[in-house]
Design a protein around this ligand. Structure first.
Ligand code: GUN
Ligand code: ZN
Length: 433
């Protein structure tokens, strides 16, 4: 299966840094991208690539659009599709009042499958092609999720929540069953097609010391899997963790002590880490997922990108739906920009682009496969329409500078800009109006 697309290509070739070294960003204003068997085979200026295409290659003309790497959402909950936009609570109350009751429904595989379909349709219509996804405590929710994501040919990371305390009936496993079920799911799904498995402690408050111990052992047994959890999101949560695990120096230290910090370990929020914690993240390879819409909506706090990057953390970005309020990583970047503005920090458009693409791929150790439009990488990409709305069209035409345009797109854009999304070299979502 091969075809070519003629469009402008915009992507990062390396880390531009927070202030945005524009040399890290490449824009090819009239490019051709040849896709064959799910990978990029040729990428370059149209004048140079066109003569290399065989007569049998169909070239789709999207010269009015920009081709970008598929967006990478490093923290999101598919069972929280119906939790989004829940009024009036901060984290611990929000979990009890809205989230836990909703998640109990996922014992039903049909409900899980239907919700996974809805969720994946939303990710794809927003241009997100890879995500690190929380399922519920129920193994059925994981089976439903990966069945649906594999049917679409997606590279997805997901895992069953482990939680054996401080959660309602119907939403707890135990130290033994939690790792037993996780092991079976790893054997079934990890590296099956494009699926990757994440060992998923919900957060330290919902796991006993015995479960923390058994998850650490599981992580050592499967050193190649992902780990995903939450840390240092909310002040009341942090006080509670200090009571539950009194002998630990910090919240992050709880995960550290049980062997849950390493490469491919993604920790959502990380708002209230200190210098020692940030240094531990860098030393172990664990990475923070910055979730601005969630942090604002649940009232958790302001994540400081400057401190994280100064410590060498590989930051990425997460929608955190349903604590977060948008599936769109463009909307999420816009809120990320504002969260930094409130702290006197300017998030450059180049770094914003990086966060949602190559930076996400690097945080997930998938940058050999994803995150940029380079020969040999997996053909996951989006076509963005700068003329999707009158406001976007007028603002995009103002200056002939691709990064200035990208800044306008993340500030003003959403799913209406995403003309089409491709995964594994196939069109998986197309906007019809
Ligand atoms: N901490 C533990 N569980 C959750 C969750 O579902 N969402 C958020 N935002 N934080 C959590
Ligand atoms: Zn979350």
């Amino acid at each position: 299966m091969s075809f070519a697309i003629r469009a402008s290509v915009l992507h990062c070739l390396r880390d531009p840094g927070l202030s945005g070294d524009t040399r890290a960003v490449q824009c090819l204003r009239d490019a051709i991208v040849l896709v064959r068997n799910g990978k990029f085979e040729l990428v370059g200026d149209a004048a140079q690539i066109a003569p290399q295409l065989g007569d049998d290659i169909r070239v789709f003309d999207h010269r009015d659009k920009f081709l970008l790497p598929g967006f990478i959402d490093t923290h999101v909950h598919f069972p929280q599709v119906d939790v989004i936009a829940s009024y009036g609570a901060q984290l611990l109350e929000w979990l009890e009042k809205y989230t836990f009751p909703e998640e109990t429904k996922f014992v039903d595989e049909a409900h899980a499958a239907q919700t996974a379909r809805f969720f994946l349709d939303r990710l794809l219509e927003n241009g997100t092609t890879t995500a690190s996804v929380f399922c519920t405590v129920h193994p059925e929710s994981v089976n439903a999720f990966f069945s649906e994501s594999e049917a679409r040919g997606l590279r997805m990371i997901a895992g069953k929540c482990l939680m054996d305390r401080n959660a309602p009936d119907g939403l707890r496993d135990c130290a033994q069953s939690g790792v037993g079920e996780s092991r079976e799911l790893i054997e079934r799904w990890h590296h099956h097609q494009r699926s990757l498995y994440a060992i998923t402690p919900r957060f330290a408050a919902t796991s006993s010391e015995a479960q923390m111990q058994s998850m650490g052992e599981l992580a050592r047994e499967f050193p190649d899997t992902y780990i995903q959890s939450h840390v240092a999101e909310n002040k009341a949560e942090i006080e509670w963790i200090a009571k539950l695990f009194p002998s630990h120096r910090s919240y992050l230290d709880v995960y550290d002590a049980y062997g849950l910090l390493r490469d491919k370990a993604i920790y959502a929020h990380c708002i209230y880490l200190d210098d020692t914690d940030r240094a531990r993240m860098t030393a172990t390879g664990a990475t923070p997922s910055f979730c601005p819409t969630s942090n604002l909506f649940i009232g958790s706090g302001l994540y400081n990108l400057e401190q994280a990057l100064a410590a060498g953390n590989r930051v990425s970005i997460g929608s955190d739906v349903g604590g977060g309020t948008s599936y769109s990583l463009l909307r999420t970047l816009s809120e990320a920009y504002k969260v930094q503005q409130l702290q006197g920090i300017s998030l450059s458009p180049a770094y914003a682009l990086y966060l949602a693409t190559l930076g996400g791929a690097r945080a997930l150790s998938l940058d050999d496969k994803l995150g940029s439009i380079e020969v040999g990488k997996e053909a996951d990409f989006v076509l963005l329409d700068p003329n999707a709305t009158p406001v976007l069209a007028r603002r995009s035409a103002l200056r002939d500078d691709p990064l200035d345009m990208f800044f306008a797109w993340m500030t003003l854009g959403d799913d209406r800009m995403v003309a089409a999304t491709y995964a594994n070299g196939r069109c998986v979502s197309q906007r019809t109006n």
